[in-house]
Design a protein around this ligand. Structure first.
Ligand code: SIN
Length: 550
């Protein structure tokens, strides 16, 4: 392993999902140099899998006030009202800018509903009181990612480094520079060569996506290891509200097709949830027992209701029934889901779709203001890695793509005002090149990495999932402490590989989730703890903040 020369840029963006690439595009518009670091291929990200769409006020009958209200209701008293309003109100303009770049949202004429090609079809999802979800069929994330990849690739001043896995941030505390903690870039593992590269820039933006892989069952892809949150925590950033992990209620339940989302947009088109009383009975509706919005209730309510029905009946899944729509209509509106279900032997027009909840979205993350600025100077965060205050204790469906589109604009504006001052504070070269790898030798015990990985994901699912108790959380805490100790020893004793970096990040994030859940002594939004089954009004808007003692 070689420790290479330093590479300098004006801006570093870590992550190449929608938030990362939108940030790179916005920053690159100044003509300055931008490095995008991504641990696999550029489009290997969670954004690409988003089906539902972008929540945005686009209809004359809708209003910012209504969108804000639905967001605050879903957020269960934990949203930052100012951030919510700012992001919601900036939505329509940001959407128009993406349409100008080439994003094609589905129009009503695409669906044969209207002649007028310019009016967009607006879907509905859980917690929204009206239709306000712009979508591109049922592959909205893939369409957005396609356009942003093309856009960024066409910018000569933006350089994308694929298969470059960030190990840690370069921060002043680590370099023993006094004063407030500042970020100068990242130590990066070049996966192809195994070399560690030091990349420096006055500003670094973390947009590494979510944490789904911390759990055994998730809708997220393999890359969702919480790496951005973990590296920011190690660097000393404030991390907030990690107890609020959203479980999507409807992931396809199938022996071989894993992690496939059945979009909430189906329920927006009238699909209802049903459950069998026992193996021989016909499935019947149950959501009326849990919420007046029934199958379109906010996600936390629906996921808990499903969990409780599955435990009550002993059944291994519940069902979605959308048989009131014709095959023709289903193929037009949900082509991707329709085909995937067919692959699983399910024709949605005639059959019930078996579904279960799975980890989907992290509402907490690196604490930032609405401009994406973290508690470390020069370090920003965007998308699922960030906690801007938009989502509170439970994200309203399709608000995350909105945030990923809007906040990068604010980040670029904020950076513009601070860039010169931050540029003057860069550290001397000798200080920045201080990477040490301990006694690096080849490991013949790599099996332990996959074993630790599996163990974490299983106990997080069993003990820190939809239903929590103090005893379960304490058990999880004991286990994660041991595993983290083992990993740190590995980390310093063996050659750093991408797998080891990811395991280390998963373990850090798991502990952050456990510690945050232990700190919240109430049940609110996505955090349900049977030992504190009630909401405590005193804790409204009180963030759970964890900051490493350096
Ligand atoms: C879905 O399509 O159900 C997911 C949308 C989201 O998570 O916002």
């Amino acid at each position: 392993m070689k420790i290479n020369e330093i590479k300098y840029f004006d801006h570093i963006v870590i992550g190449s999902g929608l938030a990362g690439l939108t940030t790179a595009w916005r920053l690159g518009q100044t003509g300055r140099s931008v490095a995008v670091l991504t641990k696999r291929e550029i489009d290997n990200c969670n954004s690409r899998l988003a089906q539902g769409g972008v929540a945005c006020v686009m209809d004359a009958l809708d209003s910012f006030d209504e969108h804000v209200k639905d967001t605050l209701t879903a957020g269960a008293g934990m949203c930052d009202v100012g951030a919510v309003r700012t992001i919601v109100e900036a939505g329509p303009e940001a959407i128009r800018e993406l349409i100008d770049l080439g994003v094609k949202f589905t129009t009503r004429s695409d669906l044969g509903i209207a002649e007028d090609g310019a009016s967009y079809d607006l879907g509905r999802e859980g917690g929204h009181h009206t239709r306000r979800i712009l979508h591109a069929g049922d592959i909205t994330g893939a369409e957005l990612e396609r356009v942003m990849v093309e856009t960024v690739r066409a910018m000569p001043n933006v350089k994308v480094f694929e298969f470059h896995c960030v190990i840690d941030l370069v921060v002043s505390r680590r370099l023993a520079i006094g004063g407030p903690n500042r970020c100068f870039g990242a130590y990066v593992l070049n996966v192809a060569t195994g070399d560690i590269e030091t990349m420096l820039a006055p500003t670094t933006v973390i947009a590494c996506g979510g944490v789904g892989k911390v759990y055994l069952y998730t809708s997220n892809p393999d890359v969702a290891c919480g790496s951005g949150i973990a590296m920011a925590y190690r660097a000393g950033a404030r991390i907030s509200n990690m107890e609020f992990i959203q479980f999507h209620p409807t992931i396809l339940h199938h022996p071989t097709i894993r992690s496939f989302l059945i979009s909430e947009a189906l329920r927006g088109e009238g699909a209802v949830l049903k459950c069998r009383e026992n193996r021989d009975s016909e499935p019947v509706e149950f959501m009326h027992k849990y919420h007046p919005m029934k199958s379109l209730a906010p996600r936390d309510v629906v996921a808990r209701a499903i969990d409780s029905e599955m435990k009550r009946t002993g059944e291994e899944c519940v069902y979605l029934d959308i048989r009131h729509l014709s095959e023709e209509k289903l193929r037009l509106r949900f082509p991707n889901i329709f085909n995937k279900c067919l692959e699983a032997g399910i024709n949605m027009a005639h059959d019930l779709i078996p579904v279960v909840p799975a980890a989907h979205f992290c509402c907490g993350g690196i604490q930032t203001d609405v401009n994406g600025a973290s508690s470390i100077q020069g370090l920003y965060a965007a998308g699922e890695s960030a906690c801007t205050g938009l989502h509170g204790a439970n994200r309203l469906a399709s608000n995350s793509l909105l945030e990923a589109i809007v906040v990068p604009k604010f980040i670029a504006r904020d950076i513009e005002g601070k860039f010169d001052a931050l540029s003057r504070q860069m550290p001397p070269k000798e200080l920045a090149l201080n990477w040490t790898t301990g006694n690096a030798t080849d490991s013949d015990e790599l099996i332990l990495i996959s074993h630790n990985w599996d163990e974490i994901r299983r106990f997080m699912w069993d003990y820190v999932g939809i239903y929590r108790t103090n005893k379960r959380l304490e058990r999880a805490k004991n286990r994660i402490k041991l595993i983290r100790k083992e990993i740190e020893k590995y980390y310093w004793d063996f050659i750093v590989t991408a797998d080891l970096v990811e395991l280390r990040n998963i373990a850090t994030v798991a502990e952050l989730i456990i510690d945050s859940s232990l700190k919240r002594h109430e049940s609110r939004g996505l955090n349900y703890n049977a030992d504190y089954p009630y909401l405590d009004p005193e804790l409204e808007c009180v963030d759970t903040v964890i900051e490493r003692d350096l």
